[in-house]
Design a protein around this ligand. Structure first.
Ligand code: FAQ
Length: 311
């Protein structure tokens, strides 16, 4: 016999209404949300690194200003998401410790290097494109603070996606060397961007429960399919080739057929053995240590303010 609280929780989910921080919720629901939201926050923070690599070398003042703004947006997304996770009863320090200790995940995609300027285009087009595809349904996630954070984040992500598309478009209208650079970058980012959606449905241990709780609204494979469907006409407009010889519209399925994803690569990246995992973690630890004085100064300021108030 479910308790009154359990019934109330089930009714809210059933009615597609929202669970708020003060509502009762099952412990497993709270844990799943903390896991997903904190991983998402860490992804935004680690995700600043591949692009910050190009801030000092952006090809013009305009490109530099746009790139700085985009990377700052990512910091902001991380902060909204940490705040959303905090409403579930976990501290910011604890989440940060989990990340620095290598106990928390962040998206596989940020463990790849960015050797060319075109990578700024491919990240915007493919990585932010995948992020939007995955995150638009999360705007309706059953947990209020997460869904609301997603609304703001998705608005900014769509600007990010457009700016990436525009970088690639300009390169594709440039010299043969620029076109080659754009194509090479699409070749390198295409498969990793498909891996962002997570393992195939039959190997996704969290999906069924997260969908029953209306945190996730679509399965990993459904969103991956939707993403590929979005990319095909955009790739045509750009004049780039998507690096999958098997990619073909299947009239019967009303979906694209595609090659098998290299899940060994995905597992390797998740296990910490991707091209840039070690570098990303090293840089994050350094940045945390370099920021110690800011935390100390903020704490000292808060202390003196509190003392003054007390007087
Ligand atoms: N990388 O059972 P499932 C961005 C893990 S966008 C690493 O299917 P779930 C914007 C998964 O955690 C990127 N790990 O899991 C940006 C689980 O392990 P666990 C961030 C992955 O949670 C753009 C295990 O595999 N976006 O940052 C990945 O139901 C440009 C089994 O998987 C989000 O986090 C992966 N790709 O579904 C920023 C979106 N995939 O936790 C800067 C929110 C799976 O049991 C620059 N998250 N795993 O140890 C989600 O929608 C979901 O968590 C999924 C995974 C879909 C990622």
């Amino acid at each position: 016999e479910p308790s009154a609280e359990e019934r109330r929780f089930a009714e809210i989910i059933e009615a597609d209404s929202r669970i708020e921080p003060r509502d009762w919720m099952p412990e497993a629901y709270r844990k799943t949300l903390i896991r997903q939201i904190s991983q998402h926050a860490h992804s935004e923070i680690i995700g600043m690194q591949p692009e910050s690599n190009w801030i000092t070398r952006a090809p013009s003042l305009k490109r530099k200003a746009i790139l700085i703004a985009k990377v700052q947006d990512e910091a902001g997304h991380g902060l909204y998401l940490y705040s959303a996770a905090q409403t579930l009863g976990i501290g910011r320090e604890e989440m940060n410790e989990q990340l620095l200790a290598g106990k928390a995940r962040y998206s596989s995609i940020f463990n790849y290097h960015t050797p060319s300027w075109a990578d700024m285009g491919a990240i915007g087009w493919l990585v932010d494109g995948a992020a939007i595809c995955n995150q638009v349904p999360l705007c309706r996630a059953s947990y209020g603070p997460y869904g609301r954070a997603m609304v703001r984040i998705c608005k900014e992500e769509s600007f990010h996606q457009r700016q990436g598309f525009e970088i690639l478009l300009e390169l594709m209208q440039g010299t043969p060397a620029q076109r080659e650079m754009a194509q090479d970058s699409v070749n390198r980012w295409y498969w990793p961007s498909l891996m962002m959606f997570g393992p195939p449905d039959d190997e996704s241990p969290n999906s069924a429960q997260s969908m029953a709780w209306k945190i996730k609204r679509f399965s990993n494979d459904e969103l991956r399919q939707r993403f590929v469907g979005m990319l095909v006409p955009q790739a045509e407009a750009l004049g780039v080739t998507l690096p999958d010889p098997e990619l073909k519209w299947n009239e019967e399925k009303q979906a694209y057929d595609m090659s098998e994803i290299d899940w060994t690569e995905f597992q390797e990246v998740l296990a910490g053995r991707g091209p840039a995992n070690a570098e990303r973690m090293r840089r994050r630890r350094e940045a945390h240590e370099d920021g110690a004085w800011v935390r100390e100064a903020a704490a000292a300021y808060a202390r003196t303010q509190a003392e003054r108030k007390a007087v």
